[in-house]
Ligand binder design. Structure first.
Ligand code: NI
Ligand code: MN
Length: 228
C-alpha cells in the first residue's frame, strides 16, 4: 500500500489492489498540506467524527467523486439525509465493514462528537477509531481520543503494524499517553498526528519519538507518498 499524510489527522491509503481510502480529509483549512480537495479522488472516505478538523472537505469530495463515506451510524445517517452522499450507515462500536480489498472495524474513542449547525455544536453521538485490515496488515487509526486501556484489545489477535496516534493534548491524549497507547497496541510503527495545527495542541514530535524504541515513530513528510 501507499500512504500519504496531509498533516493534522488527514491521510490517504492507496491499496495495491486499487482502492483509495481517505481519512478525516481536513484539507483546505489545513495549514500543513499544499494539496487541494479537487486533487483527491478516493473510493472511500473514513470519518472518525464530525468535528470540523476531521469532517473537513469530506462532503464536497464525496459529492464530486461519489466516494462512499464510512462513519459511526448516527453520524452517517445525518450525512446521508442532509447531504445525499453515499454512506455505510450500519456501523456501531464493534461492527466491521467488509469492503472490497479491506475491512474496517469501528472502535471506541474517548471523545465527544458534534457537527457545526449554524454555529451550534449539534451532538452526533460518540467519536470513533478504526482498525483497518488490508494486505495482511493491521492499521489502527485512533481518531481523537484520550488514553484508555481497552486499546489492548485491538492487538489481541495480531500486533498493530502501524498506528496513527494523536499527541497534541488538550482535545486528545498527549505524547506521554500516546507512548503508552503505542505499547497497548503493540504498534510496530507509529505516526503521530493531531499536533501543532492550533495553539492548544502544541507538541514536539521528536520528543515523542524519543519516548518509544528507536525506529518505531515515523515522521513522514507531508504530502509525500511512501510505501508501507
Ligand atoms: Ni475532535
Ligand atoms: Mn480533532
Amino acid at each position: 500500500m501507499k500512504i500519504t499524510y496531509f498533516g493534522h489527522a488527514a491521510f490517504q491509503i492507496k491499496l495495491n489492489a486499487g482502492k483509495t481510502i481517505l481519512f478525516d480529509p481536513f484539507i483546505s483549512e489545513n495549514p500543513f498540506t499544499k494539496v487541494t480537495p479537487e486533487k483527491l479522488n478516493p473510493d472511500f472516505i473514513v470519518l472518525t467524527h464530525a468535528h470540523a478538523d476531521h469532517l473537513g472537505n469530506a462532503i464536497e469530495i464525496a459529492k464530486r467523486t461519489k466516494a462512499t463515506i464510512v462513519a459511526q451510524t448516527d453520524f452517517a445517517h445525518v450525512l446521508a439525509r442532509t447531504e445525499g452522499v453515499a454512506v455505510i450507515d450500519y456501523l456501531n462500536f464493534g461492527g466491521t465493514y467488509y469492503g472490497p480489498e479491506f475491512q474496517l472495524k469501528l472502535c471506541p474513542a474517548w471523545h465527544t462528537d458534534a457537527m457545526d449547525y449554524q454555529g451550534i455544536p449539534l451532538p452526533m453521538g460518540v467519536a470513533a477509531g478504526f482498525a483497518l485490515s488490508a494486505e495482511d496488515k493491521l492499521i489502527y487509526i485512533a481518531g481523537d481520543t484520550g488514553l484508555f486501556s481497552d486499546l489492548k484489545l485491538v492487538a489481541r489477535k495480531q500486533p498493530v503494524d502501524l498506528a496513527f496516534l494523536p499527541i497534541g493534548g488538550s482535545y486528545t491524549m498527549d505524547s506521554s499517553d500516546a507512548a503508552l497507547a503505542a505499547e497497548f497496541l503493540k504498534a510496530k510503527k507509529v505516526i503521530p498526528i493531531h499536533y501543532n495545527t492550533f495553539p492548544p495542541i502544541k507538541a514536539d514530535p521528536i520528543e515523542f519519538q524519543q519516548m518509544l524504541p528507536q525506529g518505531v515513530v515515523e515522521l513522514p513528510n507531508v504530502d509525500e507518498e511512501f510505501d508501507f
